[in-house]
Design a protein around this ligand. Structure first.
Ligand SMILES: [Zn+2]
Ligand SMILES: [Zn+2]
Ligand SMILES: [Zn+2]
Ligand SMILES: [Zn+2]
Length: 451
């Protein structure tokens, strides 16, 4: 539920939103603003074999998940989870096997339909989903809507379907208002519909953040929010360039005018290259052209330079996204990223967003492989990038310090381990809450290091 510090208001250009109470005290960083159970949720593709379909806990090698004997698809930690899920699962069990063959956003819609088929009052004007924006006008007659609903109809029991208008409205509501559910390490594992949290409007420069305890969503303030100030949440990757963010946001049918979207310099830093003559940072103009190095005056950015730049960016994108059938696994990923970094460092400035993206994965792979020296090298570079591109107290930054602390500990450098773990604790307390399991883990590590 929305807590006492916040209130709903009508903003002239964005419709309904949430803000810090006009006549109240400021909301301090780390304050829990909303805590909410999902109206409905589902696991992402690929997670359904690994995680409990009720509490999302990962299966442990000692205790394999138990499968629902009727649909042989739903899986649960134990009898407790199965019992707790029973009320929801009863209506869908028959069609669950087919439902789970769909992509996640249609799974979610399907689960909502099964649920509403047995609880008609939830479809009405007072139901939990009634206030969500369906974007019916914008979606109407779109090819996307037609294709998706056709797909859904092939995989769902026809007798539970509402009329077409209602179905279109539910499609709009569920696809535009859902939250990604992630684990403690911020890995996406599911999606859920949280009607109260869905009132929060978007800003790429958000002042709050979502974390999860199982399926329970918690929204905390990342920074102090002043009375009357709007509470905003980012629907997109903050580390994307404006065009990429706007592409994602077009799905929600609005045009973001936040400080990041209007900040041309931030954008230029993300696209900055090294001066071919003196290696200093050169930022492009608004048309993505590099004119002159402000350090040495170099200005001969030839057609060949732009060709090379295009190739390097393409190379980075391929390393990130191209499926590799012949070389999979974390080891290969690390090698690919390392080689790519060596190349990118020849022409792109270290702050360039393509470099940062390769670094994020290289750091994660190095930690996974326990290559601690490499982890620290990449971690230090990421630290600078996060400071440049992320709002203060972001959980990503806290997790970075946590992993850096562990890396230093393994290398026998307890002084630096302590510095990083203390920074991690401070940040993670803000984003996840003091009573979070993650903060407990950090405290355990702090104890190891202090011994
Ligand atoms: Zn469970
Ligand atoms: Zn079942
Ligand atoms: Zn924005
Ligand atoms: Zn120069």
């Amino acid at each position: 539920m929305v807590r006492e510090h916040a209130e709903i208001f009508l903003s002239p250009d964005k419709g309904r939103g949430l803000r810090c109470k006009k006549n109240g005290p400021p909301i301090k960083a780390g304050t829990l603003i909303i805590e909410e159970d999902p109206y409905c949720f589902t696991l992402l593709e690929g997670q359904e074999q690994e995680r409990c379909h009720y509490c999302l806990e990962e299966q442990s090698p000692e205790a394999p998940l138990k499968t629902c004997p009727k649909c042989s698809t739903a899986k649960y930690c134990d009898e407790d989870c199965q019992k707790a899920a029973y009320k929801e699962h009863l209506s869908e069990c028959d069609g669950y096997r087919r439902l789970m063959q769909l992509p996640f956003h249609l799974r979610l819609l399907g689960r909502i339909l099964y649920r509403q088929s047995t609880r008609e009052y939830e479809q009405g004007a007072l139901g939990p989903m009634c206030d969500l924006c369906p974007h019916t006008e914008a979606l109407k007659n779109s090819a996307e809507l037609r294709i998706q609903l056709q797909k859904l109809l092939l995989f769902i029991n026809k007798d539970i379907l509402p009329d077409r208008l209602q179905l279109e409205s539910l499609y709009g509501k569920s696809s535009c208002n859902c939250f990604a559910i992630h684990d403690l390490d911020l890995k996406d594992i599911g999606v859920g519909l949280y009607p109260q949290a869905a009132m929060i409007n978007h800003s790429c420069k958000s002042n709050c953040v979502s974390t999860f305890r199982g399926t329970k969503l918690q929204i905390r303030a990342l920074v102090d929010i002043q009375p009357g100030e709007e509470i905003c949440y980012s629907y997109t990757e903050k580390g994307n360039v404006t065009r990429e963010r706007q592409d994602v946001l077009s799905k929600y049918f609005f045009d973001c005018q936040c400080p990041y979207c209007l900040d041309d310099d931030r954008e230029a830093v993300m696209k900055s290259v090294k001066c071919p003559s003196c290696q200093a940072q050169v930022k492009p103009n608004k048309n993505d052209r590099y004119e002159k190095c402000s350090s040495c005056g170099f200005s001969d950015f030839t057609a060949e330079f732009y060709e090379d730049l295009k190739d390097y960016v393409q190379y980075a994108d391929d390393v990130m996204h191209k499926p590799r059938v012949w070389a999979t696994g974390v080891e290969c990923d690390l090698i690919f990223r390392e080689n790519c970094l060596v190349e990118l460092d020849k022409i792109l400035h270290p702050d360039n967003i393509h470099v940062v993206r390769i670094l994020v994965g290289a750091f994660a792979a190095a930690v996974k492989l326990q290559e601690w020296t490499k982890a620290i090298e990449y971690g230090k570079r990421l630290d600078r990038a996060y400071e440049l591109y992320l709002p203060p107290n972001e959980p990503d930054t806290g997790l970075l310090y946590y992993k850096m602390g562990k890396a230093y500990y393994h290398l026998g450098d307890s002084e630096n381990a302590l510095i990083n773990l203390r920074k991690a604790k401070k940040l993670l307390c803000v984003a996840y809450g003091r009573d979070s399991q993650l903060v407990d883990y950090v405290e355990d590590w702090l104890e190891f290091c202090e011994e």
